[in-house]
Design a protein. Structure first.
Length: 272
């Protein structure tokens, strides 16, 4: 079982920011990455839709032999993480929560900005995280409509990207934020553009490295960590165009892959 792969999924290419950290921190592990690009982005979909997609994807990853699942999508984590853990208690399921705790520890101004989708802000996981860690810190919530779409299209820089980012960053800066939390796995792919626009005095936090470390701890505790004798293999699946996805993987994380198609039929996901 320790040689079985880890399953990682997202609505699109954003979860590759988590994939690259898992591969970096756990180099002996094999990983299956599944992009549900037929339904990207999840951030503007209903909670009922998101839970249905997540349950079907998790079931398919388990059928593929995965020993653990990473929900590499803040929206899906906010909406569906608990229901996934209840539905599939037999294996570790790791989600993402906005990095509010480290942001609270870092801020000097007492104001933290969070960039996320509407569904993430509305989810119980986000509310619980802020309630647990924010204390007397002011949290400025910035909905970032269209940013995940820009990353999906590979537009990570340029005038249009900068203009969109400025429209999100300016309200947080005007409120006094000196620390910014990236609350969507797509956003780390524009982290350099964000840092350039806000300047070196601002902290911009990507939660993906902490997720990878936490996954390693869970696997070790469960006796599921792959030993040094394992030969890692990485597979990619998408519910949209495999060729377009392969180009995105190469552009975003520098990996060369031949992804395989998965298809939705009657609310279930199928491959092969």
């Amino acid at each position: 079982m320790s040689g079985a792969p880890i399953g990682i999924f997202d609505s699109g290419v954003g979860g590759l920011s988590v994939w690259r950290q898992v591969v970096h921190h756990l180099p002996d592990e094999s990983v299956i990455y599944l992009a549900d690009q037929a339904h990207v982005p999840y951030g503007q979909r209903s909670a009922q839709e998101i839970r249905a997609y997540c349950n079907a994807i998790a079931a398919e990853l388990i059928a593929m032999g995965c020993k653990a699942i990473v929900v590499a999508c803040n929206t899906a984590s906010a909406v569906a993480l608990e229901s996934l853990r209840q539905a599939f208690p037999q294996l570790p399921i790791v989600g993402l929560e906005p990095a509010v705790k480290p942001a609270v520890e870092l801020t000097r101004s007492g104001v933290v900005g969070v960039m996320a989708t509407p569904a993430t802000f509305q989810g119980e996981l986000y509310r619980a995280t802020v309630g647990r860690w924010a204390g007397d810190i002011t949290v400025v919530e910035q909905v970032c409509i269209g940013l995940a779409d820009l990353v999906e299209m590979g537009e990570l820089e340029g005038e249009r990207c900068d203009a969109l980012l400025r429209s999100f960053l300016d309200p947080m800066l005007a409120a006094g934020a000196d620390t910014i939390v990236l609350g969507c796995t797509h956003y780390p792919f524009v982290i350099e553009a964000i840092r350039r626009l806000v300047g070196p005095a601002f902290a911009v936090l990507d939660p993906a490295p902490a997720v990878a470390r936490h996954l390693g701890e869970l696997l070790a505790a469960a006796g599921l960590l792959c030993g040094g004798s394992c030969r890692s293999e990485h597979q990619f699946f998408t519910s949209a165009d495999p060729q377009a996805f392969d180009h995105a993987v190469a552009r975003l994380v520098g990996a060369h892959c031949l992804s395989q198609p998965v298809t939705w039929r009657d609310g279930q996901l199928h491959h092969g």
